[in-house]
Design a protein around this ligand. Structure first.
Ligand code: TYM
Length: 281
């Protein structure tokens, strides 16, 4: 099986962008791939923020390369980080791949033996960015992405928002004064975003939603959207409450996962040490 690797930062609460851009896809992908999903606690750098911003992409590349992933399911905002990750992998493979230990003059030496590419150290991973949902936009500004760090909580739907909060956020979210509703009109970014969210949450096709909503007014659509969100998030919220009240279970899952992941990480680290000429640990 091919392997997928992805993570979410632990700070703030998970929102609809994290869910539709990444987490929802992990659920369907985990059956066809060997999957490693993690909470990226080292990334949530409270101290040394200045340095953390500089080192962040490298740390992310390490997460991915350490586990020899084939694919990385993420939202569009991670595309640049994925490009750097691929570049680093290719560079290390070119510099150090294909080296073997050999006896030279009685000493063990690292020498190039044949094709460097044949001795790749890291898999060069590819991002898996969904066609729809890759960039969920803010509820208060259709031109900026929904994010944990935006100061206004009105700009996002958190997965754990209670019903009345969801209804209220949708009621107050930004719209426009065009008549009817449509996808892909550059003058109507909010409209496109809200229809896309509705499409993903209800599991309908874009064409179905476009047809159903073309003559709708905002009031009618907002009620439909709020109800769909509340219905979709309800089972997730129920399950969250069950799991969060069982810390022993959660610790067990983390420990089991960490143990499996460490085996893969150790193998990669050893081959890196060997290829670069460091003493093996
Ligand atoms: P983070 O925690 O910011 O976001 C987690 C995932 O959610 C996606 N996402 C979005 N997708 C669509 N629309 C949005 N508005 C939106 N906001 C966030 C992100 O693309 C991401 O997939 N650097 C990563 C965490 C990370 C990681 C890794 C991911 C660290 N190491 C290794 C993959 C592999 C981040 O900050 O995600």
């Amino acid at each position: 099986k091919k392997r997928i690797v992805s993570g979410v930062q632990p700070t703030g609460s998970i929102h609809l962008g994290n869910y539709l851009g990444a987490i929802k896809n992990w659920i369907s992908l985990q059956n066809s791939y060997e999957a490693l999903f993690f909470i990226v606690d080292l990334h949530a750098g409270d101290e040394n923020v200045g340095v953390a911003l500089l080192t962040y992409p490298v740390l992310m590349a390490s997460d991915i390369l350490l586990y020899q992933s084939d694919f990385v399911p993420v939202g569009e905002d991670q595309k640049q980080h994925m490009e750097l990750t691929r570049e680093l992998a290719e560079r290390i493979n070119n510099l150090y791949g294909g080296r073997k230990w050999k006896k030279m003059g009685g000493f063990d030496c690292l020498c190039y033996s044949g094709d460097r590419r044949g001795g790749a150290i890291f898999k060069v991973p590819e991002p898996l960015i969904p066609q729809a949902g890759a960039r969920v936009m803010s509820l208060t500004d259709g031109l900026s992405k929904m994010s944990k760090s935006a100061p206004s909580d009105q700009s996002r739907i958190n997965l754990l928002d209670p019903k009345d909060v969801i209804a209220n956020k949708i009621k107050r979210c930004k719209t426009d004064s065009f008549s009817g509703l449509e996808f892909d009109n550059p003058d109507r970014p909010e409209c496109n975003n809200l229809l896309s969210i509705f499409q993903l949450i209800t599991g309908r096709t874009k064409e179905e939603v476009a047809r159903e909503c073309q003559d709708m007014n905002w009031g009618t659509f907002k009620t439909l959207l709020a109800d769909a969100l509340i219905d979709h998030l309800h089972p997730i919220q129920v399950r969250y409450e069950e799991i969060i009240s069982d810390p022993a279970y959660l610790d067990g899952v983390l420990l089991e996962g960490a143990t499996k992941a460490t085996c893969i990480a150790d193998a990669t680290l050893n081959s890196v040490y060997q290829a670069m000429g460091f003493v093996q640990r």
